[in-house]
Write a protein that binds this ligand. Sequence first.
Ligand code: AHR
Length: 507
Amino acid sequence: MKKLHRIYFCIVALGLCLCANAQKTIVTVNEFEGKDIISRDIYGHFLEHLGHCIYDGLWVGEKSSIPNVNGVRKDILDAMKEIKVPNLRWPGGCFADKYHWKDGIGPKESRPTMVNTPWSGLPEDNSFGTHEFLNMCEYVGTEPYISVNVGSSTVQEIAQWIEYMTFDGKSPMADLRRENGRDKPWKVKFIGIGNETWACGGNMTAEHYADVCRQYSTFMKSYSGNRLYKIGVGAGSTDYNWTEVLMRNASNFINGLSIHYYTIGNGRALEFDDEKYYQTMQRGYDIENIITNHSTIMDKYDPAKRVGLMVDEWGLLHTVEEGTDPILLYQQNCMRDAILAGMTLNIFNNHCDRVRMGNIAQFVNVVQSLFLTKDEKMIKTPTYHIFDMYKVHQDATLLPSNVITEKINQQTPEVVVSSSKNANGEINISFVNVNLTKDNEIDCILTSDSQYKANGGQILVSKDIHDHNSFEKPDEVKNAPFNNYSIRNNRLTFTLPAMSIVTICLK
Ligand code: AHR
């Protein structure tokens, strides 16, 4: 059976090569080779005290007339449950290495107002602090991911924060938590040991940070059945030396090592032509090589792949919207952002043997957000709809796929694919067509001992690549059911429309 499929694949591949003008893509998905799990944490998010991400974004306060649960917008909480947000990173970003947690506990009226120095010097009144964040995570059922301050704190301050959040017994910090109204500790799994310590987090060298990381990690204790998963600060995009040094000097002290990669756009979110679009897509696709290169270094020190590669900041960074403060990073979000998100998540899925986490930046009103808010109004961006369509891959087994497709400008693959099988025996395959004008005929062979049948699907597509949601038209771009495909003898065929994202479910 396996052999027959291989022969078929070669014949069709040859056909594709002989017929260079046809937009045709051949995919093989191999069920026999499925072994690695796509961690749900690849679908994580990021909340920072930056611009209107928290204040005037997610957080409206308990007294607001906007429906809320303990001060957090109810519409966003409901949507978080809908897309199964697996983890949420907080409080930064660059803000993390300025944050002193004791400023954000206790009665609101006695919390100090600080200056948010990393982000425009706006006042930070600390009304959203540890209790507000952790209670929200608990309500939604998402793992908190706390990036602690190593740039301007002490080891003792951070050790106490962990004790405050997670210790069940009697101790000064656990008692302080109880005084502040929370008896039982929270579960806190992910702890980030600083943020971008090569820049805003302290401008350290890799060697210096490796020592700092070892030191902080030593005093971060797992209390009362709570198991910490410690994440060291990793490289900014292509700084491979940083990964080398951290893996060599500190990998025994961490469970994960991060990287940050932003795709730099070309001007404003809605102002671009075809050329700029393809340039952006190529920069976005560069993350494939960047992950491969960091993984190769990690393999050298950790062939068993114990340490996860955590892409805990990624996204498409545009010039801010006209009339907004450049440092607050507010941008719109259109079909281009959705295509980049689908492509990136396919790449993460395909690298799930090493990539264990992703956190798109950022959740609300900042960079490539899922939500934009304006007073009582909230809209879901096209990027939100990708997370909705892709939630089916969370914790499913990756089915390796092989894709023969044309390249745009001899660089970016026209079609990017990932595939997985979940615990219910369903196979979900996500296809992204990067081409702006040409549909693509998909011929996908599934190598399996079982016979699969159609079981629904979803599509995100729009007439124009600039299409987006606005407060006036909140549902202009939205995913819709997709059944326009056929599957016979495990051969799936359909037309993948230009600039679309499709997830097909087979059972
Ligand atoms: O997402 C905005 C900022 O980008 C983060 O605070 C920082 O970590 C990165 O440089």
